[in-house]
Design a binder for this molecule. Structure first.
Ligand SMILES: Cc1cc2nc3c(=O)[nH]c(=O)nc-3n(C[C@H](O)[C@H](O)[C@H](O)COP(=O)(O)OP(=O)(O)OC[C@H]3O[C@@H](n4cnc5c(N)ncnc54)[C@H](O)[C@@H]3O)c2cc1C
Length: 394
């Protein structure tokens, strides 16, 4: 590899965390940035590509952009136009397709009309129209009718799906995970309620290409940073030479330290991509299988991307299982519980001893981030680093 002196900053990973930071440091800070990416492509888990049948697919699972953060939306809009898309999900429940999150439309489909009307009134009176009530909150209700509704939703929408997704009983999970499964007290069938929702008009990979297209950014794919980095006490060596500029690491933090305290647990996903000789496979972008099947959901990409293609469509069935660390497996979701968080804290403490090392992103920070949140986080870290740089120059 070219000598490290050619670069001011080193970034590991070309997902949203790494790519946004690279662009910011190169453009606003005039820094020469080297990005190392172990995969053969940029974009991290948001990467998309055309498959052999000419369908634009998301290789690592369906990604829908949504945010209330104006800065994030404006920032990404420099690199892409948007295809307006509002995601809608239904659950395949005993032969019916009910809107998910469970809402007033779902209520009227699942229950006889009179009972549904009474429940709608009761929910509105108790919690307020338009509110999102988590399934666990609803289950705690003492009102017999609400309790029965909670049990219905719990059994038919939540329990089996969650079991498949996490391999754990819902009660044993961190509330931040279960809080993500709301009952929505309105007729709004959209999966997200954010102000800005859409898909990059030409796909995520094109967005990343535009973001990383800067004369001060060098990207090396198929390059595992661990083959080039050594940590010696508080110093990072790049190919054996001390590197004193900022190092932004967006990979798994336990891997950076050779799993000295043991592996951080994750869930991984297997995707089964299937192409059919028909224009449409299902009515919605995503169908969740909440009471049957081994897979959690089926996504049909053309709904998301808006791609017009007659007589062909590709779907992905998604299976969740424990991450074992085997070759080629991807750690997708951190499993948030007290034991894992305290294990993570040990790794974080190691990282904090190295003054120029910055952990950024869903893997390095061992938490779930939506894309907009990680873009915001990358912008904020870049602001801090650029401020430091300015102060040094004074
Ligand atoms: C199935 C699924 C669906 C999702 N859907 C949505 C959605 O609809 N909307 C939404 O907002 N968010 C969604 N997300 C979240 C989204 O994927 C994350 O917010 C985003 O990927 C975080 O970006 P990142 O850069 O932190 O991580 P990543 O995208 O994982 O990027 C990290 C990069 O670092 C690289 N790397 C790791 N270790 C090394 C190393 N040692 N050397 C070199 N490179 C390395 C990896 O190969 C990877 O490319 C979804 C996540 C999943 C798993």
């Amino acid at each position: 590899m070219e000598h490290q002196c050619s670069y001011d900053c080193l970034i590991i990973g070309a997902g949203f965390a790494g790519a946004v930071a690279a662009r910011e440091l190169a453009q606003r800070g005039n820094q020469r940035v080297l990005v190392l990416e172990q995969r053969s492509h940029i974009g991290g888990n948001a990467y998309d590509c055309y498959n052999d049948d000419g369908v634009l697919i998301h290789q690592y699972g369906p990604h829908i952009f949504h945010t209330n953060n104006q800065r994030v939306y404006d920032y990404l809009s420099q690199f892409t136009h948007w295809y307006p898309y509002e995601h809608k999900v239904v659950g395949a429940i005993h032969g019916q397709y009910l809107p998910i999150p469970f809402n007033f439309h779902s209520l009227h489909m699942a229950f006889p009309e009179e009972q549904a009307q009474q429940l709608e009134q009761l929910l509105t009176d108790t919690y307020g129209h338009g509110r999102k009530v988590t399934i666990l909150e609803l289950r705690k209700s003492r009102h017999p009718a609400l309790k029965a509704l909670a049990d219905y939703v719990y059994q038919n929408v939540f329990a089996y799906y969650t079991q498949k997704q996490w391999g754990t009983a819902p009660e044993d999970m961190d509330p931040s995970v279960t809080a993500r499964v709301p009952v929505l007290l309105s007729q709004d069938d959209r999966y997200f309620q954010d102000i800005y929702q859409g898909m990059p008009a030409e796909g995520y990979t094109k967005l990343f290409e535009a973001m990383l297209d800067h004369p001060h950014i060098t990207v090396r794919t198929k390059t595992d940073a661990r083959d080039h980095l050594t940590i010696q006490e508080q110093t990072i060596l790049l190919d054996g030479v001390p590197f004193s500029g900022p190092v932004i690491y967006t990979g798994a933090v336990d891997a950076l330290f050779d799993h000295v305290f043991g592996r951080l647990p994750y869930r991984t996903l297997d995707f089964s991509f299937e192409t059919y000789p028909q224009t449409e496979y299902q009515t919605h972008g995503t169908v969740n299988y909440t009471v049957s099947e081994a897979y959690t959901r089926i996504t049909e990409f053309k709904h998301l991307t808006g791609q017009k293609l007659e007589g062909k469509t590709t779907i992905a069935k998604e299976y969740s299982r424990a991450y074992t660390g085997a070759e080629g497996e991807i750690p997708y979701y951190a499993i948030l519980n007290p034991d894992n968080l305290s294990l993570y804290a040990k790794y974080r403490a190691l990282a904090q001893k190295i003054p120029n090392l910055h952990l950024l992103g869903r893997l390095a920070e061992y938490r779930y981030y939506n894309m907009d949140a990680i873009v915001a986080q990358a912008l904020s870290l870049s602001d801090d680093l650029l401020k430091e740089q300015e102060n040094k120059a004074l």
